[in-house]
Ligand binder design. Structure first.
Ligand code: NAD
Length: 339
């Protein structure tokens, strides 16, 4: 089976080749690593492939899926949990097998959310630079003690639950909002409606998927409902936040701090070295001017354990496909039946 991996970074190749040697050497997989993202312009690179393997910023809209189907590609395997970048209705109509990696280390993302909160709160990124320049002044580095503060978790699934446990461990009061709260959340915190969560939380951390219903969940109106001066963390998907509204809330001081690992328009920016280029995105550039904004380039998942798991589960998904066996990670089994 020939599989074209789009958006393939050197670390993807390393962990896929390691997983192949450790458990899948017997399987006849021909893996083609393509650095570019899948888009209407790059579908032709999958010519002759049975499957494409994609990541968060690859585009699988109806046009791309139709082009892939016309070339004989039968499967899409996602190296991620979220699947907002694939038109599932079109994939179903075209009979694609679609599978994902539902949980490759919820703790990795939860720990990154904590790292963002800790860094932004205690300004360790600024202290690092200051001390290296011999500046030991503390002015501007004032933080708050997290013990006793209220942390709101929007989306209490795998990552939200892991994040809730971490903040509970710090001695925080934890609130959660979720139409389908995770089993076990009650042992950690209290489920409330989203408005109560926004009004009472000192830190709001987003862990729900990007859906039509959650697009711009954080907007001008919801920002006004937040506790003045609160911190907002987003490690989920960029478009949960209306970035322009957030910029206005930062300017008015209604929002106290922002930490994001994901950004609405990240597909044109993230996962590449753009340090010698001019960034054309004025909204992103404005974000970079705030001292109380911290951005990382979608690295929440980026741990050895998670990359290992992504590669192994993706191979397992492909093995299910080649053997015609039911795949528990399939969103679609390839006969048009969604699960
Ligand atoms: P999950 O499916 O286990 O949990 C998502 C939860 O969100 C569910 O409990 C669901 O009921 C809830 N939800 C749905 N709509 C909601 C709403 N309107 N309000 C509140 N909650 C709502 O998913 P997960 O594994 O915890 O992942 C969460 C998200 O994290 C993914 O969708 C993905 O976008 C993102 N993610 C980011 C990274 C990263 O590297 N930054 C890595 C993995 C996943």
């Amino acid at each position: 089976m020939k599989v074209t991996l789009y958006s393939a970074q050197p670390y993807d190749e390393r962990f896929f080749e390691e997983a192949r040697l450790e458990g899948f050497a017997e399987e006849a997989f021909d893996l083609i690593y393509q650095k570019v993202a899948l888009s209407r312009q790059t579908t032709a690179l999958a010519e002759g492939s049975d499957a494409v393997c994609v990541f968060v910023n690859d585009v699988l809209d109806e046009v791309v899926l139709e082009a892939l189907a016309a070339m004989g590609v039968k499967a899409v395997v996602l190296r991620c949990a979220g699947f907002n970048n694939i038109d599932l209705a079109a994939a179903e109509r075209l009979g694609f097998f679609v599978a994902r990696v539902p949980a490759y280390s919820p703790e990795a993302v939860a720990e990154h959310a904590l790292a963002l909160a800790m860094t932004l709160n205690r300004h360790t990124h600024r202290a690092f630079n200051r001390v290296r320049e011999g500046n030991f002044a503390l002015d501007g580095l004032l933080g708050m003690t997290l013990h006793g503060k209220t942390v709101g978790i929007v989306g209490t699934g795998r990552i939200g639950l892991a994040t809730a446990s971490i903040f509970k461990g710090l001695g925080c009061r934890v609130l959660g909002s979720d139409p389908f709260p995770a089993e076990g959340f009650e042992a950690i915190g209290e489920i409330v409606d989203v408005d109560t969560l926004l009004a009472q939380s000192d830190i709001v951390s987003l862990h729900c998927p990007l859906l039509d219903a959650t697009h711009h969940l954080i907007n001008e109106a919801s920002l006004e409902r937040m506790k003045p001066g609160a911190m907002l963390i987003n490690t989920s998907r960029g478009a949960l936040i209306d970035t322009c509204a957030v910029i206005e809330a930062l300017k008015s001081r209604q929002l106290g701090a922002l930490a994001i690992d994901v950004y609405e328009q990240e597909s044109g920016l993230f996962f590449q070295d753009r340090s010698s280029e001019i960034i054309d995105d004025d909204v992103f550039s404005r974000l970079m001017t705030f001292p109380n904004v911290l951005v990382t380039g979608h690295q929440g998942f980026f741990t050895v354990e998670a990359l290992r798991e992504i590669a192994q589960v993706t191979f397992n998904n492909l093995v299910c496909l080649t053997r015609g066996a039911p795949c528990s990670n399939a969103l679609m089994q390839g006969d048009g039946a969604s699960r």
